[in-house]
Write a protein of this length. Structure first.
Length: 344
DNA sequence: CGTCCACTGGAAGCCGTGGCGC
DNA sequence: GCGCCACGGCTTCCAGTGGACG
């Protein structure tokens, strides 16, 4: 059944990107000067989750790496590395020694090491809206050899990190927007993956349509469902993937994502989530806090719990409705359509 | 309609941590 | 070994906002 599992991994970058040609060309035009020794344009990639932003960015990095040997590239996931220190460490990793860098190394030291880099350096900041620090982007942009590609599904909160100077710089840069994939495109993406990963004939078009439909435009989710369905078919020793493999794979993929999101939280944040998960029809902020204090041995303050609630929302684990005293918090149900809302 | 009050989120300051220089 | 410093996580304080209620 599965001949090359790697192709079904979320971070697999295909040899050729076939469904994002205009976007791909736009980005490559912006970045091409790096390969030619010139000054590239600033680039920003926006679009909802699973729309291929990361794939597009990684692909473009690979293309430029293949053209030029004396160029550094790096892909930084700002969700995993949201603190300035972590981002700088990741950025230094391919270009400078980092063994003597520790948690308390001054930011200036790290920045000046980045400034000392002699070759062009192309870095993708994925989920750049997660960068907590508005100053960091400005500092990074002042480094001459460093070209940044910012990737975000939340343009609003990203622009909150811009000061006026950065904003005008980005207005003149290149903005690549990736819309959610249509059903047909998603089927076609799944088809290419299936051909690369599975035995010929292992899955038919109606089954791919079923998966694409459940994924609602999100390629990452679609591929995750296909991977799980293929695994089930293999365990069944079935020659082809059918509905009995796909049906359970759909909620499984959603739960897997939810589980991964929950694991990024600390114990207190998970306790707050548990409070919301237990409350039917949403919970008022006051009730959330009171219930939370019952659940943990040494509760944090209300203010901190408010930050936790904000974090749950940014992880798409919870939503808030109403303003002021009418405020209510709810968990995002994984089976509901808004489980993966198309963020602006 | 005006007042009250719950809630929000920014700002500033505290504190524990852990490497560094002396 | 000791004080220093930067940092992240947290608390404290507070101004602003908007729904609820008399």
């Amino acid at each position: 059944m599965i001949t090359n599992a790697r192709v079904l991994q979320a971070d697999w970058v295909p040899r050729e990107i076939v469904h994002r040609n205009p976007e791909k060309n736009l980005l490559q035009t912006a970045l091409q000067p790096v390969a030619d020794g010139g000054r590239p344009e600033d680039a920003l990639i926006t679009g909802p989750s699973g729309a291929g932003k990361t794939c597009l960015a990684r692909y473009s990095l690979q293309q430029i790496e293949e053209e030029r040997l004396d160029i550094h590239t790096k892909h930084v996931d700002c969700w995993a590395a949201s603190k300035p220190f972590r981002v700088l460490l990741e950025l230094l990793d391919p270009v400078a020694p980092t063994h003597d860098i520790h948690r308390t190394t001054a930011r200036d030291t790290m920045l000046s090491r980045l400034r000392d880099v002699d070759a062009p350096y192309l870095a993708v900041l994925d989920e750049a809206d997660q960068l907590g620090d508005p100053g960091l982007l400005g500092e990074l942009y002042s480094i001459p050899k460093l070209t940044l590609v910012l990737v975000t599904n939340d343009e609003q909160s990203l622009s909150g990190l811009f000061d006026e100077r950065l904003r005008s710089r980005f207005r003149s840069g290149v903005h690549v927007h990736c819309d959610s994939y249509s059903l047909d495109t998603l089927v076609s993406i799944l088809d290419r993956r299936a051909r690369g990963a599975l035995e010929p004939g292992a899955v038919e078009r109606p089954q791919l349509e079923r998966i694409a439909d459940a994924a609602a435009g999100d390629a990452r989710r679609a591929i995750s469902i296909l991977r799980r369905a293929a695994r089930r078919a293999m365990d069944d020793e079935a020659g082809v993937i059918d509905g009995s493999h796909i049906t359970p794979a759909i909620p499984e993929a959603a739960r897997e994502q939810r589980q991964a999101d929950l694991e990024r939280l600390n114990d207190h944040q998970r306790a707050v989530y548990a409070v919301l998960a237990n409350a039917d029809g949403g919970a008022a902020p006051k009730a959330v806090y009171e219930e939370y204090t019952q659940r943990v041995s040494s509760p944090k303050t209300k203010r901190t719990v408010r930050d936790y609630l904000g974090k749950l929302q940014s992880y798409n684990l919870a939503t808030a409705t109403g303003e002021g005293p009418a405020r209510r918090y709810h968990v995002v149900e994984i089976d509901s359509p808004e489980a993966e809302p198309a963020a602006e």
